[in-house]
Design a protein around this ligand. Structure first.
Ligand SMILES: [Zn+2]
Length: 271
């Protein structure tokens, strides 16, 4: 019995009914509003999830977006290294010397200051980061000197690097091995998915600033020297990769590179 009923229990039943009838519509109204609000909330959440799954750049097929990722070669699961992350996590696509870019990957590109291009989805966080990085760069906007690369571009960079070492007297095999420390084999470069940028600063301080702050904008210092064994790439202080704020923060706080983070994540999903 609630307080209301106690309070009115001395009154005549007829009067109680009258009181109740008077209050009745308000209770119903409030309940209805609550139900409608709850329904709207659930509905919006579902729509939000769906739009993430179905959002494709206009005029483009599903190339490079989740549906084709299934076809990408996968590593032996026993090695614990997923070729790609969860289907919906475009920001966590793993590209390294073991994992090529997904087949027919065609990012929707947008130009940044200086003429380089990046995936449209990382434009805003990238510009915010560069703007903030001015404080570590003598108040100058750091430049993106390399963004998205086509297969042809990556091939020519790779060939040039190999030739350079051959000219120094190394054999073709040696030259290739040395070149691959610096330039990814075509088809295996993060630059080919439009989510990586090489940043050029006016001073070295900007790289220290980026190492300490990039995660706040969703970017990671992708190739630290102490992770070369795992990334397959020598230290590159200028190379930053977008993975989203959540993943970047976790990787920053736990000192994980992308390869390690994806293994951890898969392990968590399995348990
Ligand atoms: Zn790079």
């Amino acid at each position: 019995m609630d307080e209301k009923n106690v309070r009115y229990s001395n009154r005549s039943p007829r009067r109680m009914q009258k009181r109740r009838r008077k209050q009745f519509p308000w209770e119903i109204m409030l309940a209805l509003i609550a139900v409608v609000a709850a329904f709207l909330f659930v509905f919006m959440t579902v729509i939000d999830q769906l739009s993430v799954l179905t959002a494709l750049p206009p005029g483009e097929s599903a190339a490079g977006v989740p549906s084709t990722w299934d076809e990408a070669p996968t590593d032996d699961p026993a090695e614990g290294s997923p070729a790609v992350a969860d289907d919906t996590d475009w920001n966590l696509v793993l590209v390294n010397d073991q994992n090529p870019i997904p087949e027919n990957y065609e990012p929707d590109l947008v130009e940044v200051a200086g003429g380089e291009k990046v995936d449209r989805r990382i434009y805003d966080p990238l510009m915010e980061m560069l703007e903030a990085a001015k404080e570590g760069n003598w108040d100058q906007l750091p430049m993106v000197v390399s963004g998205y690369r086509t297969q042809e571009k990556q091939q020519s960079l790779y060939d040039d690097k190999v030739k350079k070492y051959e000219k120094q007297g190394y054999s073709k095999e040696e030259a290739k091995e040395m070149a691959e420390q610096w330039v990814a084999v075509p088809g295996y470069s993060e630059h080919q998915i439009g989510l990586a940028v090489d940043i050029n600063g006016a001073t070295y301080d900007v790289y220290l600033w980026l190492q300490a702050n990039s995660y706040k904008y969703g970017f990671i210092f992708r190739y630290p020297g102490y992770k070369t064994d795992l990334t397959g790439v020598a230290e590159e202080v200028w190379h930053y990769r977008y993975v989203g704020v959540e993943a970047a923060t976790e990787m920053y706080e736990q000192g994980l590179c992308l390869e390690e983070y994806l293994v951890e994540r898969q392990r968590e999903n399995e348990t």
